[in-house]
Design a protein around this ligand. Sequence first.
Ligand SMILES: Cc1cc2nc3c(=O)[nH]c(=O)nc-3n(C[C@H](O)[C@H](O)[C@H](O)COP(=O)(O)OP(=O)(O)OC[C@H]3O[C@@H](n4cnc5c(N)ncnc54)[C@H](O)[C@@H]3O)c2cc1C
Length: 400
Amino acid sequence: MRQVEIAIVGGGLAGSCAAAMLGRADHEVVLIDPNPVHRPDFRCEKLSPSQIRLLRRIGLESLVLPHATRNSDLWVARFGRLVDRIPVVQYGILYQDLVNAVRAGIPERVPVLAGTVAEVKPSGDRQLVTLRSGEEIEARLVVLASGLNWALRRSLGFTARRLSPAHSTAIGFNIAPLERSRFPFDSLTYYGEKPRDRISYLTLFRLGQGVRANLMVYWNCDDPLLQQFRLDPEATLCRALPGLPALLGPFRIIEPVRVRPVDLYVAENLDQPGLVLIGDAYATSCPAAGTGTEKVLSDVARLCSVHIPRWLATEGMGAAKIAAFYADGRKQAVDRNSEQAAFALKAVTVETGPAWQARRWARFLGRWSKGLLRRALAVAITKLPATHIVRQIGAAQLRK
Ligand SMILES: Cc1cc2nc3c(=O)[nH]c(=O)nc-3n(C[C@H](O)[C@H](O)[C@H](O)COP(=O)(O)OP(=O)(O)OC[C@H]3O[C@@H](n4cnc5c(N)ncnc54)[C@H](O)[C@@H]3O)c2cc1C
């Protein structure tokens, strides 16, 4: 029987990052996932500056960026009008490329087993992990990074508290201009125009040689708009966002169109020895709020650099040790922020009534005045004495 300190179940973003970090810290680790190479999956496709900073902090940024496409400006638009142009650097990357890039950074001495975990028998000291193939592994700690798969967690006694079933839907596709060679921006965020359309925003960004689009909506599976979108995506998009064609010009949507509804839940009954949940296995996030990757990376950073070294330093792996991770103040703050952002974004998108209308207009005017200020500052910078330091300070202000 293989014996290790830590068995990681699931090699998505959370499990792969954890395997890379723990392997680099010389722990005895094994990573188990059904697929030796992560298969195409519609998930996070754009990395924000804060997510890049987190990747850098856990030493994985240099693995990921060579596989990503740099987008160095962001247009923000609504009602067919350009509201702001932000010189912010974001990266487009397909989820499987992100995960496979991280997996390439797992040290060779960490075995990556192609298999599915069928059963875990936990105890306060050693955990027995059994794969469907019958292979057994004994580990002091099992990290469950098994994403949305509930079967294994349920068999271990974890339960789910549903925060918001069918909270939002993410739609992903490629898009291309018809009458010009490229769109005039690297990336664009176009906000929904009317609350009744239940569209949070459409975001376009360069990814590889093409342009990727993520449409974030609050449409249920049986929503007529979703049915119409499946039948005729270009016409439905233009109807729901009438100002969009003025910005984009004629365009076409390139199949396949991927549709993923998302439930918000958080795992409960966590008081278990030898087992810790991270990433989506612990709690899901709303794709529109874009907080999932940050949640995954902060879970991994806190678990691998703070808690696991402490846990391994003493005998046993009882539930009291594991509870320290879920009570971690920094983890809790990131989780709270993710949950609040999911509900706040939905409310400001779909709620009707004068108070919400006023809030929407306040957001729009806030963005618009920020854009005006930024443009004025950009003009002022060109007139400043051209010393390097002055330009740098000006450029930093522009990014805010
Ligand atoms: C449509 C969509 C769009 C999103 N967009 C964004 C975004 O724009 N920005 C953002 O920050 N976040 C976004 N997210 C959230 C983010 O992608 C997720 O939070 C993140 O991918 C979760 O990673 P994970 O490793 O926890 O889970 P997963 O990536 O699901 O990994 C779980 C892994 O566990 C494996 N597994 C499951 N069961 C077993 C078993 N029994 N044995 C062995 N292996 C097993 C699976 O094969 C899988 O590889 C989005 C999510 C979705 C669904």
